[in-house]
Design a protein around this ligand. Sequence first.
Ligand SMILES: *[C@@H]1O[C@H](CO)[C@@H](O)[C@H](O)[C@H]1NC(C)=O
Ligand SMILES: *[C@@H]1O[C@H](CO)[C@@H](O)[C@H](O)[C@H]1NC(C)=O
Ligand SMILES: *[C@@H]1O[C@H](CO)[C@@H](O)[C@H](O)[C@H]1NC(C)=O
Ligand SMILES: *[C@@H]1O[C@H](CO)[C@@H](O)[C@H](O)[C@H]1NC(C)=O
Ligand SMILES: *[C@@H]1O[C@H](CO)[C@@H](O)[C@H](O)[C@H]1NC(C)=O
Length: 406
Amino acid sequence: MKNSSSNNDNKQHREEEEGRSPAAAYVRLLFSAQQLHLFNLFSHLLLLAFGFIIGITLAFSVNHHQQLIILPSNNNNNPISSNNNSQSGIKRDGLRSFLGSGKEATIMHDMKDDELMWRASMVPKIREVPFRMTPKVAFMFLTRGPLYLGPLWERFFKGNQGLYSIYIHSHPSFNASSVPKTSVFFGRRIPSKGVRWGDLNMVDAERRLLANALLDLSNQRFVLLSETCIPLFNFSTVYRYLLNSSKTFVEAYDLAGPVGRGRYSPKMRPLIKPSQWRKGSQWFQIDRALALEVVSDRQYYPVFKKHCRYGGCIADEHYLPTLVSIKFWRRNANRTLTWVDWSKGGSHPSRYMRSDVTVPFLNRLRHATRCRYNGKSTNVCHLFARKFMPQSLDRLLRFAPRLMHF
Ligand SMILES: *[C@@H]1O[C@H](CO)[C@@H](O)[C@H](O)[C@H]1NC(C)=O
Ligand SMILES: *[C@@H]1O[C@H](CO)[C@@H](O)[C@H](O)[C@H]1NC(C)=O
Ligand SMILES: *[C@@H]1O[C@H](CO)[C@@H](O)[C@H](O)[C@H]1NC(C)=O
Ligand SMILES: *[C@@H]1O[C@H](CO)[C@@H](O)[C@H](O)[C@H]1NC(C)=O
Ligand SMILES: *[C@@H]1O[C@H](CO)[C@@H](O)[C@H](O)[C@H]1NC(C)=O
């Protein structure tokens, strides 16, 4: 086409040449730019591939190394090893001291409450842990004095080391030195303060227990218990029920009248509306995510501290149910796993003495109600029960093997 035009008409050719020239130059430029770009792309790809190969090689050797260092086979029941550092000759500690899992690990500390809450509120941003971690259940005992049902709990925990941690908050005047060294409760008392029934310091004690338990990263479920609580099933059943649950268990309901909405103070407006006020048992079973929210609550807790201190406002029956119902209700079952009988009325539930403890009675607590668990209907609705008096211990110990398999 170019030939014929140059042969036939010079003017047209010139015109065409003039007309095409910038376009052609542009196309050429574009083409060479593309070539350059392609070349660049190619060399980049080559570099990338090269880098990739180096990366893979390195990663493999590093991984291999890490596995050798972090997860040796002779680690003495402890997932975090301490090996000798062959280069510096310094004994390797790894994450051991940070995780508080060394031999001298103690749960005692001298942090003040606000220091403790701050420390406990920390969350690792890297979610995969670089060591083997078995999830544990934190059993947190909020007691006045001795754990008189201790022998029953000892049997419950027996053989399940590594799957639980125990924390005890007892009155400072209680002398815990009578706990024998062989007991699962030995050395498990956290720095405690005085607690009065119905006072906000009950909530403080619960948060103190949660914060102490949060310091151990392997604690994934948190159970609050009193000295009158008993387990209704064996450890493996309780552990599976708690760890496999898609919900948290904080009892929360709306109750008209003086012991429900009557305890609400209009001063809590606008943060808490009367319709958001909830009541529930203080004995909860929650997961790590919710425990973290409770210790780091800087919004609702101060309002309770200001307006739910004295008089008829029983903070421990309202703080957590209200907080959870406002902010975390989606994952909450609104029920507790701790059985109790309020049917007799009054401000305290039924207490059980020796003669009350029978096989049919215990079976009723274990299986008589129906509820939902992970979307299915079940007759296992309570894992714990209260209130059992010291006199009930020998019968509980007698029936436990047959009934509860421990
Ligand atoms: C660490 O090194 C010391 C001597 O340097 C040795 O006695 C000890 O057994 C080593 N420990 C381990 C766990 O290898
Ligand atoms: C606690 O009791 C032990 C004896 O069981 C006694 O030696 C110790 O002094 C007591 N501690 C306090 C603080 O009373
Ligand atoms: C725990 O109890 C269940 C029945 O509730 C039983 O099937 C299971 O074998 C028991 N587990 C152990 C370790 O005893
Ligand atoms: C956990 O629950 C799921 C259903 O939600 C079930 O398929 C699974 O077997 C349970 N795991 C255990 C260990 O019970
Ligand atoms: C728990 O209560 C809240 C209201 O406080 C409600 O929205 C939620 O659906 C309830 N959850 C269950 C599982 O019943």
